[in-house]
Every structure is written in C-alpha cells, then in structure tokens.
Design a protein around this ligand. Structure first.
Ligand code: GDP
Ligand code: GDP
Length: 436
C-alpha cells in the first residue's frame, strides 16, 4: 500500500512549490485528460527509492487570522489521520508566527513522524533565519529552498528513512481485487452490501481490515475476489469531509491495490470533476474501470433517457472509451446482479494471456489490410508482436521505426488487436519498439 506524505503549512509558505519540486515536474501528471486539470494537489511520486502519495493540503486563502487558524487545525487533523509522514512547511523569510506554534503543538501530540521545514532559505545569508524556529523545541529543523532546490536532497534522505518499509507483496494468489469508489453518498455502501449479499456470492466471514478500507474476500462463480470498500472505513472516521481531497486520497489508495475499479456516479447528481479525477487516475494506472450509475430509480425516464445518458458519460469520460457502463439501483436491486457478471468478464480480459502466434496473425492481417503511410520516404516494416505484461494486457510491437508509427495508425492497430482478441472493456496497452 502506498504511504501518504502530507504537506501542511500556511498559505504562501511554498507548499505547492515544494510539491512540484518533489514531483520533479512543473505540473500535474494527467493534464491531458479533460476535466482533470484543476486543483490537482496529490500525485504519486515514483522517483525515489520508495513510491509514495504526496498530498498538498493547502486549501483556500483564509480571509482572517481566525479562519487561518481554523483551517490550519483542520489541515493538521486530517494530516494526522490520513498521512504516514507530515511535512510542516514554515516561512523562513516571514519568521515564526503564532499559528505555527499552535500547529506544532497539535502535530506533536501524535506519534506521526513530523519533519519541520524552514523554507525560503535560498542562500547562506538566509541561514540565520532558521535560528528562531528552534524555539519550537523540535529535534530537527531542515532548512530548505523549495524554489531553488537547496536542502531538497537532505529532505529526501530523511523521507526515505521515515517511510514505512516495503511490505511483502500482497497475499499471493490470483484473486481479483475490486475497489468501489465514488463521492460520499453515491451509494457505495449500499452497493457493497447488495453485491456481498447476492445469492451467488459467498462472502468470507473473516474480513481483513486495513486502515483505509474494509477488505472482504468473497467468491463468485468459483473465483476469488477481494472487495476493497473505502466507504466502510469512512463511516467510522471522525473527521468531517470538509476537505474533499482527503476522500480522494482513500480512493487513490484503494485503486493502487485494485485490478478492477467501479466508479460509482449518482444518477441524479451527474458526473462531477472529482469523479473524472479519480477515474483519470485509474486509467493512468491501467486499471480496468467500470462506470456504475447508481440511483437510477430516481431518474424520470422514457425510452431515450439511457441512450442520451450514455452519450453524455462517453463525452465526459473521453479517456475511458471502452469502460463498460451500467445503470443500477442499490435501493431496488435493479441490475445489481449484472455488476458481478460484468466484473467477471472484465477481470477475465484484464488477466488475459495472448499467444504470440495469435498476436502475429492479427498484426500481419492488419498491416496487409491497411498499409501504414510512408515515414521519411520509407515504408515502415512491422516484424512481430508479443505480450510483454499482464494486468493490463500489454503488447509490444517491433517495428523498423517506432517513432514513425503515426498516432492514427496506432489507434487502428490497437482496435484490430481489441477486436480480434475479444478485449471489449479492459484497458489494452500497445507499445512500439524499434528494431533493425
Ligand atoms: P503555498 O501557498 O504554500 O502553496 O505557496 P507557493 O508554493 O504558492 O509559494 C508562495 C510564494 O513563495 C511564491 O511566490 C513562490 O515563488 C515563493 N517561494 C516558494 N518557495 C520559495 C523559496 O524557496 N524561496 C523563495 N525566495 N521563495 C519561494
Ligand atoms: P456511500 O456514502 O457512497 O457509501 O452511500 P450510501 O450507500 O451510504 O448511500 C447514501 C444514501 O443514498 C443512503 O441514504 C442510501 O439509502 C441512498 N441510496 C443508495 N443507493 C440508492 C439508490 O439506488 N437509489 C436511491 N433512491 N437511494 C439510494
């Protein structure tokens, strides 16, 4: 499971600068996905020894000192509950403020590892500015310049020491892990109960429980599944949902472990940006996604309703053109039985192993039927195709010039592979590699 590192601090201390600095890029990672660009304050960081989920808790600009304190308390509380490591950013140019003192008091009452960073120490002449922060009585103060990068490598070394050790791989076995995600109140718990209560599902009475979700092993059609239910835990949570980002974090953590992700949407409320954000993350991670429109009983319908709803969904989830869509009601039970049938099909495709001979036949026939255009005056030569990864199925195609395969031709080949191999809902990745 991915550990969470939360950045806490007043506005303008440099939290988002640090966020981008640790991310190693200027901007968010799913920017090309429509609807997902705004307010991306969390990202998976993979560049160092151990991957982690980095979260910038910084919210709005508070109007008054009172609001600032309230926000800081809330941020800190959330970080204490959700994060594995807390990075407190202080402003070395502005100096120590009363709200810093209070936040440190709050944070150190708990045993979460806390790193105190004094930012904006851009050079030797700023170093004296760190002195007053020792008054906080913390063991360790790290000077930093998020803008220029000084001190960042020391920070990373400390982070790696504090990150929990890599746990052994999740229980072996080939169970399919299923995550049910969606905003609060879309009906996740109701759906989980319906699915686990379904007559053909045998839920294991000993449910394993992690800190972030309730995991329930179950079987369906003699196959093993693990239900990763984030709603179950939230029920017990004490913290309000005021900072919506944090419910997103639970979804992200659940998706890290899942193979199949059910994104639940409220039929009456429609698609929100948050739905697009989490679905975009699932797509980026190569998870098999299914869109479940719940509360279908609330929608007034005629014979065109479902069709236009699907069109709408497809337009918004453009980056998931193959994801199956189901309209259900956890309340009445309508079509709930179809969920597991679809999940089974998806999981099947997702785990598929594709024989090299079949792949090469598809490749040969596809190229014969429709030749690629010339690249730099030469006809591209396709040599062979082979599956190089599962979950999701990933095909590598060896070609004379990988950079010469036009985007439209890539799409053409991917579609031919899909059709010929019967991959309807699962993600499929096709990579191109140059070969003489
Ligand atoms: P946030 O509100 O805490 O996310 O702060 P930002 O990252 O947006 O930074 C606030 C301002 O501080 C911006 O103008 C940054 O350019 C500036 N800043 C951030 N880090 C540094 C730093 O290391 N040195 C200096 N001098 N300025 C910085
Ligand atoms: P969660 O927060 O996503 O786990 O959502 P819950 O399962 O707790 O459901 C939130 C509310 O929506 C509850 O009052 C449910 O009874 C209601 N609800 C759930 N599914 C449906 C549905 O299909 N139709 C209707 N009308 N209400 C539903």
């Amino acid at each position: 499971m991915l550990p969470v590192v939360a950045i806490v601090g007043r506005p303008n201390v440099g939290k988002s600068t640090l966020f981008n600095r640790l991310l190693g890029k200027r901007k968010a990672i799913v920017e090309d996905i429509p609807g997902v660009t705004r307010d991306r304050n969390y990202a998976r960081v993979d560049r160092f020894g151990r991957p982690f989920l980095l979260v910038d808790t910084g919210g709005f600009e508070p109007a008054s000192e009172d609001r600032l304190l309230a926000q800081m308390r809330e941020q800190s509380q959330l970080a204490i509950e959700e994060a594995d490591i807390i990075l407190l950013v202080l402003d070395g140019k502005e100096g120590l403020t009363p709200s810093d003192v209070e936040v440190v008091e709050l944070l150190r009452r708990h045993d979460k590892p806390l790193l105190c960073l004094v930012n904006k120490i851009d050079g030797p002449r700023d170093e004296a500015n760190t002195a007053e922060f020792y008054a906080l009585g913390l063991d360790e103060i790290l000077p930093l310049s998020a803008a220029h990068g000084h001190g960042v490598s020391d920070l990373i070394v400390r982070l790696e020491e504090l990150l929990p050790p890599v746990r052994e791989r999740e229980r072996a076995g080939d169970e399919t892990r299923l995550a049910i995600i969606g905003r609060p109140n879309v009906g996740k718990s109701s759906l989980v109960n319906r699915i686990l209560g379904y007559e053909r599902v045998v839920a294991n009475p000993i449910a394993g429980t992690t800190r972030d979700s309730v995991d329930t092993p179950f079987t369906y059609n003699h196959r093993s599944y693990l239900m990763i239910d984030t709603a179950g835990i939230r029920r017990k949570g004490r913290v309000s949902q005021k900072l919506e980002k944090f419910s997103v974090i639970q979804a992200l953590k659940a998706m890290e472990r899942a193979h199949v992700v059910l994104v639940v949407i409220d039929a009456a409320e429609g698609v929100t940006d948050q739905d697009l954000t989490v679905a975009g993350y699932a797509e980026e991670k190569g998870r098999a996604v299914m869109l479940v429109v719940n509360k279908w009983d609330l929608v007034e319908k005629d014979h065109t309703t479902m069709g236009s709803y699907v069109k709408d969904l497809r337009a918004r989830f453009k980056f998931l053109p193959h994801a199956p869509v189901l309209f259900v009601s956890a309340l009445t039970g309508q079509r709930v039985a179809k969920i597991m049938a679809e999940v089974e099909k998806l999981a099947d495709e997702f785990n598929r192993r594709l024989p090299t001979s079949a792949l090469n036949k598809v490749l040969r026939e596809a190229v014969e039927a429709h030749q690629p255009s010339m690249f730099r005056g030469k006809r591209l030569k396709f040599f062979y195709a082979t599956q190089t990864a599962v979950r999701p199925p990933t095909i590598t195609v060896f070609v004379s010039r990988a950079d010469g395969v036009h985007f439209s031709y890539q799409r053409y080949l991917a579609n031919r592979f899909r059709e010929a191999l019967g991959l309807t809902g699962s993600p499929l990745r096709v990579r191109y590699q140059s070969r003489e």
